[in-house]
Design a protein around this ligand. Structure first.
Ligand code: JCF
Length: 668
């Protein structure tokens, strides 16, 4: 008779390890998160009830353990190498020539190319398939023991799987923090008044340098493997690409972008391809690594000091640059949020000229001690707005000026108000403030709101500044003659705009609610409200209790909605809009197509017109599941501009690729 709980624990561990591997290593989940959580909790309960069943390698043990007093040193049995850099094609040409000369071959060399990650190099030691030690690179000869931290990273197997695992296997690779995790971490730290990390590399390094692994466990780290150190004799491979493939088969995470290429031209093509994809990747890369693929050729080439002769890193333009901070302007957003914006001496960052960057908020400026006139570090990565990540304090000019946050709105002069909990400063002027009025009208007209074609930002600015309109309702009183008199407006565009205004009158309740620009009421909330109340009057008159009763509406949203419809001015505008002829179809009692995208798996990629999270939330509200990478199970790839590897993969797998406009089909 077996011990039933012991058997179940073993079974759960095996299942969880398989799901873990699929999720964190292959980026291709096998079960929904809820199922994983259910099994995980079952195992946790079992281990708690029967402590003798505990296992240090159990998936439940990845939450970190008691802090260490200090790091101990680890001598690398095989040195951890660094890479020589090439900053131009010429330097790459030289590299290729040197390789061919040393090998005495005229023909093209087969290289293996991979993106060079900007993270932290580590070495993992597996004995009989079990992870026994992990160390940083250190000086290449000696590093620090970070086993306790590495064990919290779910992409790193605690035990290797599959056949032929060597008795001793040291794996080398890069631990890094994906961009979205980095942004989320910084956002959280900003809200908690903690210092933000300058870039994902620093965040990864800081996370691995913790004595308390419970902190590391909370950080979104992952790893790609790119080599081996000490390996027992039974392991043989003839090519680097084959060796890496084997690591993948044993459960280690390897880059899907790694591929063998032919000769110098192959290197240049690969570089150009990745340069295109760079902004769309979900992690920072600072170049391409080329390695001679034939391991025998590698052995013949050998090393110079600490760098192999068989590899080179071709660097991309840097993602961080120093430039002068000329001024700090304060911008007023739709809901009156004042955001400091850095005006910079133009500087090229990773191929794009940057003249503005966000400074987030007042506290952030203070924490970073940014002063006008400073040389500042600007970072641009992916589709994120350029950021000021720090200053060069030793290069501060004598006349650098501390920025004083204004007490009054720069647009309308109203007093500013500070939210007590957040670092947010807001203009109290409401729709009296022209900046807020412009933003409110732009929002009202936007594609996902009333969808008024041809009403661009410049035009809205003119209309507000010339006091032709004060509220969205005034738009519908504009005549073609009035419009034709404006700058850059011909008779034809004026007529088109009037037609677009007319067309926009036929809308939906959810679009209308969204268009009103009530604080915290995004498309999802607007849809929820519309579905729940089915009638504008009902939303208008709902008290807070009735609003909180709506699924996913919390007290803050309820408060904003309630307050909005208690303002006579707002009610008047709504009345005028209805009087202008805005109307929508009645909403049936129980919408049959409740969740039109239920059961669909969608991946989002490329540059989109709105934050990815917003789109993700909408898709989820429609019943879809949004995942991080394309696989056979993906139903749609929602691709924005400059979609890179994910688009290629979707094409390869025959996954349907749709654009942002497709969301409109679902009323999103
Ligand atoms: O991605 C990297 N940062 C990276 C670093 C990739 C590699 O293939 C490397 C490396 C450092 C040394 N290979 C070596 C030999």
């Amino acid at each position: 008779m077996g011990d039933a709980p012991a058997n179940r624990a073993a079974e759960l561990r095996e299942l969880l390890e398989r799901y873990n591997h699929a999720y964190y290593v292959l980026d291709d989940p096998l079960v929904p998160d809820a199922e994983y959580d259910r099994l995980f909790n079952e195992l946790k309960d079992l281990e708690q009830a029967r402590p003798e069943l505990a296992d240090p390698d159990s998936p439940t043990q990845r939450v970190g353990a008691k802090p260490l007093d200090a790091f101990s040193q680890v001598a690398h049995r095989v040195p951890m190498l660094s890479l020589e850099n090439a900053f131009s094609d010429d330097e790459l040409v030289d590299f290729d020539r040197r390789v061919r000369e040393r090998l005495n071959t005229p023909g093209p060399i087969t290289y293996c190319a991979e993106p060079k990650l900007d993270g932290l190099a580590v070495s993992l030691r597996y004995e009989s398939g079990a992870l026994v030690q992990a160390a940083t690179r250190g000086d290449g000869a000696t590093g620090e023991d970070i086993t306790h931290n590495i064990r919290t990273i779910r992409a790193i197997p605690l035990r290797l799987r599959g056949a032929g695992v060597p008795a001793i296997l040291e794996v080398r690779g890069e631990v890094y923090m994906p961009r979205d995790g980095f942004e989320r971490l910084n956002e959280k730290r900003r809200n908690q008044d903690q210092k933000t990390f300058a870039n994902p590399r620093n965040a990864a390094a800081g996370s691995l340098r913790q004595l308390d692994s419970r902190i590391t466990a909370e950080r979104p780290l992952t790893m790609y493997c790119y080599g081996v150190g000490e390996v027992s004799d039974e392991f043989t491979a003839s090519r680097y690409s084959e060796l890496i493939q084997r690591l993948g088969e044993w459960g280690l995470r390897i880059s899907p972008l790694m591929e063998p290429i032919e000769g110098l031209q192959g290197c240049i093509d690969y570089y150009n391809r990745l340069a295109e994809q760079r902004d769309g990747l979900d992690y920072d890369i600072d170049g391409i690594v080329y390695k001679v693929d034939d391991l025998d050729q590698q052995r013949r080439l050998g090393f110079v000091s600490r760098a192999p002769r068989w590899a080179i890193a071709r660097k991309f333009p840097a993602q961080e640059q120093l430039t002068r901070l000329l001024a700090i302007d304060v911008q007023v957003g739709r809901t009156g949020t004042l955001t400091p914006v850095a005006r910079l001496e133009p500087v090229e960052v990773a191929g794009v000229t940057v003249t503005n960057a966000t400074l987030h908020n007042e506290d952030e400026i203070r924490r970073k001690d940014v002063r006008i006139g400073d040389l500042v570090v600007v970072r641009r990565a992916g589709d994120v707005i350029p950021q000021i990540v720090g200053v060069a304090p030793d290069r501060r000019p004598d006349d650098a000026q501390t920025f004083v946050f204004p007490d009054h709105c720069p647009e309308c002069g109203s007093d500013v108000i500070r939210d007590s909990d957040q670092a947010v400063v807001r203009c109290s002027g409401g729709l009296f403030c022209p900046a807020q009025r412009k933003e409110a009208i732009k929002h009202f007209a936007s594609r996902r709101a009333m969808d008024i074609d041809g009403l661009g930002d410049k035009l809205v600015a003119q209309l507000v500044e010339r006091e032709l309109i004060h509220s969205p309702a005034d738009l519908y009183a504009l005549s073609a003659e009035q419009l034709a008199g404006l700058e850059r407006m011909g008779e034809k565009s004026a007529h088109n705009l009037v037609a677009a205004l007319e067309k926009s009158k036929q809308t939906t309740l959810e679009r209308f609610l969204f268009a009103l620009g009530i604080r915290e009421v995004g498309e999802t909330t607007a849809k929820t409200l519309a579905k729940h109340f089915r009638d504008l009057k009902a939303v208008e008159t709902a008290d807070q209790e009735a609003l909180i009763a709506v699924p996913d509406v919390g007290p803050i949203v309820a408060d904003h909605v309630h307050t909005f419809f208690r303002q006579p001015h707002n009610l008047e505008v709504v009345q005028q809009l209805l009087a202008a002829g805005i109307h929508w179809p009645e909403i049936p009692q129980d919408p049959a197509a409740d969740q039109p995208l239920a059961g669909k798996t969608i991946v989002i990629t490329g540059t989109l017109s709105r934050p990815r999270n917003e789109i993700k939330e909408q898709l989820e509200a429609l019943g879809a599941k949004v995942t991080g990478s394309v696989s056979k199970k993906t139903d749609y790839l929602l691709a924005g501009e400059e979609a890179g590897s994910k688009r290629d993969k979707a094409e390869k797998l025959g996954v349907e690729i749709v654009g942002e406009g497709w969301l409109g089909e679902w009323g999103a």
